[in-house]
Write a protein that binds this ligand. Structure first.
Ligand code: SF4
Length: 364
C-alpha cells in the first residue's frame, strides 16, 4: 500500500514534548521473551522508561532523544522488531486477534495479505486492515477499514461502516481486498480519509454486503496471565520484572490496553490491572504535561484520583487518548480544565477554568 502523508513508526518517529515517540508494530502482535526484554532495556536506556500499548495493538517508546534514534533503530533491527524500510513499515497497518494459533486461518490470511500489500493502491495513511477471524469478531471497536471476519459458515470481507460484508473463500481474500481498495479509490474515497466516513456519502454496491458476520463478542478481560496497563502505559522496569518473575516465554499485545503472557506463572504485580472491575481499565488520560508540549495540565494524576468508567482527562482538545464521546471529559486549557458532558474533547464545555482541587472537592 503506498501511503499519502505521514504515519508515525520506528523509522519515522513523531516528536513530542519529551522527545521522539518510536512506535513498533510487532508482527501478529506477538513478541518473544528476548524481544520484550530488549524493548524494556531500550526504553530504560534511551527513552523515558515507559512503553505504551496503542489502540491498534502496537507498542511505543517515548522520550527518545533525536541523536539516539539511529542507535534505537539498530537495536530494534537486531531484535527483529522493525521492517526493512520505512515504506514497508508504513504499509503494514494490520491488526489481528491476539489469540491466533500457528497455522490457523488468521495467520494464513496475515501471510497472504503481507504478500498483497505491495499491489494495493495508494490509500490514506490511517487506513488499516483487521484480521478478526476467530469464531466471533472481537475487533469491531478497533480502528480498521477492511475487516476480515467470519459468518456462521464462511469468511467475510466487510468494509468498515457497512453492517454486512462479502462472502469469500480464503483463496479469494487477497484479490477481494485489492478490489475493495480499488473501489474505495475509484469512488473518491481518499477525500474522506477513512472507509466508514466515505460510506456515509457513497453507497457501497450490494454485492459487497451480502453476508452478515457473526455477532461481535466482548473483548478480553484482565485475569490469569492477562494484565491491564493503566492508560495503556507500562513501566519498563516493572514489565521486565514481571516477565522474569512469571517466566513468560512470549507476550501478546491487544488493542484493549491488555497484554497476555504465555507459558507464564500468574503473579500479582504492582502497577498492573488484574481485576476486570478496576475503574482504571476504562478511564482515559493522555500523557499530558510535561510529556506533551501541547498540554498545560497534569492529566494522569487527576485521572487516577477520579477514576471511573466514562471519564476522559485530556491534556488539550485534540483528545489523543480517546478521540470519541465520553460521559465526562476534562480538557486542559491554560493550566485549568474545561468540563464537557456527553461529548468530545473539542465540543463546547459546560464549565471552564476548573482546577484539580475544584474537581476533587465533593459538591456540598
Ligand atoms: S491530547 Fe493534547 S496534550 Fe494530550 S497527548 Fe494529545 S496533543 Fe498532547
Amino acid at each position: 500500500m503506498s501511503i499519502k502523508g505521514w504515519c508515525p513508526g520506528a523509522w519515522r518517529p513523531m516528536m513530542s514534548g519529551d522527545g521522539l515517540i518510536v512506535r513498533i508494530r510487532p508482527r501478529l502482535a506477538r513478541l518473544t521473551r528476548d524481544q520484550i526484554l530488549g524493548l524494556c532495556t531500550l526504553s530504560q536506556s534511551h527513552g523515558n522508561g515507559i512503553i505504551d500499548l496503542t489502540s491498534r495493538a502496537n507498542l511505543q517508546m517515548r522520550g527518545i532523544k533525536e541523536h539516539d534514534h539511529q542507535t534505537v533503530l539498530t537495536q530494534l533491527q537486531s531484535l527483529d522488531l522493525i521492517d526493512a524500510t520505512p515504506e514497508a513499515e508504513a504499509k503494514r497497518n494490520i491488526v489481528t486477534i491476539p489469540l491466533w494459533q500457528d497455522g490457523d486461518l488468521t495467520t494464513r490470511l496475515h501471510t497472504a495479505i503481507l504478500d498483497t500489500l505491495p499491489k494495493m493502491p495508494t490509500l490514506p495513511a490511517k487506513m488499516g486492515i483487521a484480521i478478526d477471524t476467530g469464531p466471533q469478531p472481537i475487533l469491531t471497536n478497533t480502528s480498521a477499514d477492511f475487516r476480515f471476519e467470519r459468518s456462521a459458515d464462511t469468511l467475510v470481507l466487510r468494509a468498515d461502516g457497512a453492517p454486512n460484508g462479502k462472502a469469500i473463500t480464503e483463496a479469494e481474500a487477497p484479490q477481494t481486498l485489492l478490489d475493495l481498495a480499488k473501489w474505495f479509490v475509484s469512488t473518491n474515497g481518499p477525500a474522506s480519509g477513512r472507509m466508514a466516513k466515505h460510506l456515509k456519502s457513497t453507497p457501497l454496491p450490494a454485492d459487497w454486503q451480502d453476508t452478515s458476520p457473526a455477532a461481535a463478542a466482548p473483548p478480553l478481560q484482565p485475569g490469569g496471565t492477562t494484565y491491564g496497563a493503566p492508560f495503556g502505559s507500562i513501566d519498563a522496569t516493572a514489565l521486565a520484572a514481571l516477565i522474569n518473575d512469571s517466566q513468560a516465554t512470549t507476550l501478546r499485545v491487544t488493542p484493549w490496553r491488555l497484554f497476555i503472557l504465555e507459558n507464564a506463572t500468574p503473579c500479582a504485580p504492582h502497577g498492573f490491572i488484574t481485576d476486570a472491575n478496576d475503574p482504571l481499565l476504562h478511564t482515559h488520560a493522555c500523557p499530558g504535561a510535561p510529556a506533551c508540549a501541547a498540554a498545560t495540565v497534569d492529566t494522569r494524576q487527576l485521572a487516577r484520583q477520579m477514576a471511573t468508567p466514562g471519564l476522559h482527562v485530556s491534556g488539550c482538545d485534540k483528545g489523543c487518548a480517546h478521540p470519541r464521546r465520553a460521559t465526562t471529559t476534562l480538557v486542559g486549557r491554560d493550566g485549568t480544565f474545561d468540563l464537557v458532558e456527553n461529548g468530545h474533547p473539542w465540543d463546547a464545555p459546560r464549565a471552564t477554568g476548573l482546577t484539580a482541587k475544584d474537581l476533587l472537592t465533593p459538591a456540598s
